[in-house]
Structures are given as C-alpha cells and as structure tokens.
Design a protein around this ligand. Structure first.
Ligand SMILES: Nc1nc2c(ncn2[C@@H]2O[C@H](COP(=O)(O)OP(=O)(O)OP(=O)(O)O)[C@@H](O)[C@H]2O)c(=O)[nH]1
Ligand SMILES: [Mg+2]
Ligand SMILES: [Zn+2]
Length: 322
C-alpha cells in the first residue's frame, strides 16, 4: 500500500485485531500504526460464527477521521475468513436455551495449554479435554506444566510421560525458578499462538516473561472458587520478543466441545486409531460392545487407562448424532 493514500480519510487499510474491549477493537495495521476501530451495521464477514470480530481476526477498515483518542480511529468494513477459532460458550449456566458460541481468538497456529503442577492441582481430565479440542480443530498443541517448583514429590514427569509417548510436546516450566521458558520461547517464536488454561495456573506470569512486559496483571488466586482477584478478562494479543504473537485468553472453565459428537470423539484420541479397525463392530463406541479391541488394548496396557477414562467421561458429556 502506498504511503500517500494511507493518509486519506476513508481509504481501505488492512490489519490484525490485537485487542477486543466491548465494541471497541485495537487493530495493528499494515502501515505499522495501531487504530481504535468499531464495527458498523454494514460490516461484512466471511464467517458464520456468532462473534463478528475477535482477537486474531484479519480485517479491512477505513480511517474514520474521528479524534480525541490516543489512537487514530477507524471503522471495520470486512472481517476475513478464520482458518481456526478458539470458542467458548456464553451464559451456559445462566441461560441454557441461549447457548451461543463466543469466539475468543482466531487464526491461531499453535495452542498452548497451560496447567499447573499444583495450585490448582493438575487435572489430566482437563488436559485430555483440551487435546480433544485441539485434535478436532487440527491445531498443533503444546502442553505447558507450570509451577514445577511446587512438584515436591516429583510426580509430574511420570504423570506427563504418556503424553510425550503419544507425540505431544510437554514443557515443564517454573516461572519462579526461570525453568523451561527458553524452550517454550523457541517453540512460539514467529508464530501466532494462543494460551489457555484455568485461572491461576500462571499464564500471565509466563507471558510477562516472553513479552518482556509487566503488562499482564497477575494475581494471587483463590482456585477453590475458580476465580482470581485481578485476573485477565479479555483476550489480548501481545508481540513476543522472539517474534510472533501470543494471545492470552481468559481462564477458560468450559472449553466448548459442543461441535463434537459421540461418534467423532474416538478419532480425537490418537492412540485409539490403530486399534479401532479390529473392533468386532465397525460402529463400535469402545464403551460396552463385546469384541472391542480398544478396550482390549487398555487391558493389555497398550492404551493408558487414565486416557481411556477421560474418553468415557467426555463420551458421556457429548450428544449422539442421531
Ligand atoms: N509457585 C509458583 N507460583 C507461580 C508460578 N508462576 C506463577 N505463579 C503464581 O500463580 C498466581 C497466578 O498467576 P497468573 O499469572 O496470574 O495466572 P493466570 O493463569 O494468568 O490467571 P488468570 O488470569 O486468572 O487466568 C500468581 O500468584 C503467580 O505469582 C510458578 O512458576 N511457581
Ligand atoms: Mg492472567
Ligand atoms: Zn471398540
């Protein structure tokens, strides 16, 4: 884009949404500037999701010429097609009939799942849930176990070994002891990654190190009620020192698997795939059927029983296709 036309009011510009606050979006534009943008009734989108604009979206916008803010202002005219999106259900508990998906972040190349060794206690059930999501979205994934300084009994490496065996990348980190952060930094360098994990696991603490900023608030978290005190409430995309961007997402309690059916779930447990063709029934759900080779593999120790248990739990929570 030529410099002289950029300066004209109303000329189309392109950029990436780096922050979403209510109906106001910060857009990092191809001209190197940040614009404070809003949508209009005529804003077009190539997506069918509920959220019109999310962090990570590529947008076209026009400078609106309004003033009085720290950033020049603009109006988003077009939202580009998302090749991936991280979603969460809205108001799941408050209003079941109005269950709508909310896009937290889009166009992510890598999903960083953050759990803590302790405080809050590590849940493999939660990891498996995230992995199913990542597999269903075809998103490359990295599992970060933070707060390794709290792993007094040295239990975490054995607990995480099955994931490494399955080919997932596991990084053991302690922000407090400055451990594992370089390894993580190398993996994220040059990519757009999103970080997700329960409140209090240390996402903002990790981001502060990788972005060299003291920007993200961290808080002493009371994990018993699941909410931190000054915790992150909006997804924000931050530039990394080593290049690329990292999106800090709010502590997500309910990761949406709503698009996944019981019939599809089996394909997202990658260790099942080699055994599934040997089940007696071609439509085997691997739960109760006789002659199930997946269950046989669990009994023979070829499939991790804890992973299989996660499958059963998630299976119960999903709906059937018919
Ligand atoms: N022991 C220990 N505590 C840590 C470590 N990293 C972070 N913490 C602490 O854990 C608490 C929560 O950290 P945050 O970075 O705010 O966690 P978060 O994941 O961003 O939380 P939300 O924003 O609520 O989602 C803070 O008190 C941090 O100081 C670590 O490596 N070891
Ligand atoms: Mg945070
Ligand atoms: Zn089976």
């Amino acid at each position: 884009m030529k410099k002289e036309i950029e300066e004209e009011v109303g000329v189309a510009l392109e950029g990436v949404v780096t922050e979403a606050r209510g109906a106001s979006y910060l857009v990092s534009a191809s001209d190197g500037k940040n614009y404070r943008c809003r949508t209009i009734a005529g804003t077009q989108t190539e997506n069918i999701d509920a959220s019109l604009v999310s962090v990570g979206d590529r947008v076209r916008f026009k400078e609106s010429g309004e003033s009085g803010e720290a950033h020049p202002q603009g109006v988003i005219t077009h939202v580009g097609k998302r090749f991936s999106s991280l979603e969460r259900k809205r108001d799941v508990r408050r209003n079941r009939s109005k269950e709508k998906k909310q896009v937290i972040a889009s166009n992510i190349e890598l999903l960083v799942i953050v759990v803590a060794a302790f405080e809050p206690p590590l849940s493999t059930r939660l990891i498996d849930r995230y992995l199913v999501f990542a597999e269903s979205e075809n998103l490359p994934v990295v599992i970060v176990v933070n707060k390794m300084d709290l792993d007094d009994d040295d239990e975490i490496p054995a607990l995480m070994a099955p994931y490494t065996l399955l080919g997932y990348t596991v990084i053991l980190v302690s922000v407090r002891q400055k451990r594992g952060l370089e390894e993580l930094d190398q993996l994220l360098s040059g990519k757009v990654s999103a970080m997700s994990g329960h409140s209090g696991v240390g996402k903002s603490s990790i981001i502060n190190v990788l972005t060299g900023q003291k920007r993200m608030k961290t808080a002493r978290t009371s994990y018993k009620n699941g909410k931190g005190v000054h915790t992150t409430s909006n997804a924000v995309m931050l530039p990394l020192i080593s290049g690329g961007y990292l999106i800090d997402t709010p502590g997500i309690r309910e990761f949406s698997l709503s698009g996944i059916s019981r019939e599809q779930l089996r394909f997202y447990f990658r260790e099942f795939l080699q055994f599934m063709p040997e089940c007696s029934y071609s439509s085997c759900s691997h739960t109760v059927e006789p002659g199930c080779r997946v269950r046989g593999a669990v009994e023979e120790g070829l499939v991790d029983p804890d992973r299989y248990e996660s499958y059963l739990v998630l299976y119960d929570g999903l709906e059937s296709e018919q």
